[in-house]
Design a protein around this ligand. Structure first.
Ligand SMILES: [Zn+2]
Length: 300
């Protein structure tokens, strides 16, 4: 069993296929640690971009990778992944990266470039940043950068070579060794199957169609916030801000409400939230809002 610490460098590119920006991997770096945490091998591979041939200015500045370098030494994503998978193979190997954003980019690139997320060579993963941060007294909840973590752990770094995949891996390995705990690490290792990667790149969205195979807002039972009885709808739903809204009434309490139903499609299904606001209160709030608006307008 080995620990594979990997790091990816990527270039932000616009994909006409997926109609959006993506981070296209241009370099894979990795170090292999044995169970005694000794570095036994390294991996370094430039990847020729397919989506955009030209690197963004930000990417060039951050990584110092040049277009010429990629042209000369880069290989296709498919080949690079195949090499990396072969190099990193081994029973029970645990893959680590600094925050799961590298894992996310890997899965997203798989989906766009290869049309699937069968990243079967990674079966165990640990977010090294999360693990290392658990040893840091946090003043704020911000995520700690690798450079900051090295500073806190007293590890010397040469900032000029930061953000090159392999250099970052060496530094991550140093941080990891500094706080390694055979028992504690177990809690941070997750099993990765295909659904793990599908879930990772899934983008939840709010449903805006009142009736579809996924969801029918008219089947939603609306309960009174006071007495929990089923309420009546006074009108049909209208879609406002990606939610469905309609006036409702509790015949037990004899009170009217504005009910808002929000339906979010997630990887696992549809999550529905229902909120009913006292109609009078809401009307009152609206009135005060419009009054404030008038005041503001008067100030202008
Ligand atoms: Zn009621």
């Amino acid at each position: 069993m080995n620990y594979i610490i990997f790091d990816l460098e990527w270039n932000n590119a616009y994909s006409y296929v997926s109609k959006g920006f993506m981070n296209e991997i241009i370099e894979i770096g990795a170090v292999k640690l044995n169970e005694r945490l000794e570095i036994v091998d390294t991996f370094k591979q430039l990847v020729k971009p397919k989506i955009t041939k030209k690197l963004s200015g930000r990417c060039k500045n951050l990584t110092n990778i040049t277009n010429e370098e990629l042209k000369e030494n880069g290989i296709s994503f498919n080949d690079a992944i195949a090499n990396f998978a072969q190099w990193s193979s081994g029973y029970g190997n645990v893959f680590l990266s600094w925050s799961n954003s590298d894992l996310y980019v890997l899965a997203a690139d798989y989906q766009i470039l290869l049309g699937n997320v069968d990243i079967s060579f990674i079966s165990k993963y640990c977010d090294a940043q999360k693990y290392c941060m658990s040893f840091i007294e946090k003043e704020d909840k911000n995520q700690v950068s690798l450079a900051k973590c090295c500073e806190l752990f007293g590890i010397d770094i040469d900032t000029s070579s930061l953000h090159r995949a392999l250099t970052d891996c060496y530094l991550e390995a140093e941080c990891f060794k500094k706080v390694f705990d055979r028992n504690k690490i177990k809690k941070y290792i997750v099993d990765c199957d295909k659904t793990f990667f599908e879930r990772l790149i899934y983008k939840p969205y709010l449903i805006t169609s009142p009736k579809s195979q996924l969801f029918n807002v008219y089947e939603q039972v609306i309960l009174c916030p006071d007495c929990n009885s089923e309420m009546d709808r006074l009108k049909g739903y209208e879609c406002v801000n990606k939610s469905f809204r309609c006036p409702t009434k509790c015949t037990v309490c004899n009170k009217s409400y504005w009910t808002t139903v929000r339906a979010k499609k997630t990887y696992d299904g549809v999550v529905v939230s229902v909120k009913s606001v006292d109609m009078n209160k809401k009307k009152a709030r609206r009135l005060s809002q419009s009054k404030n608006q008038q005041k503001n307008n008067a100030h202008l």
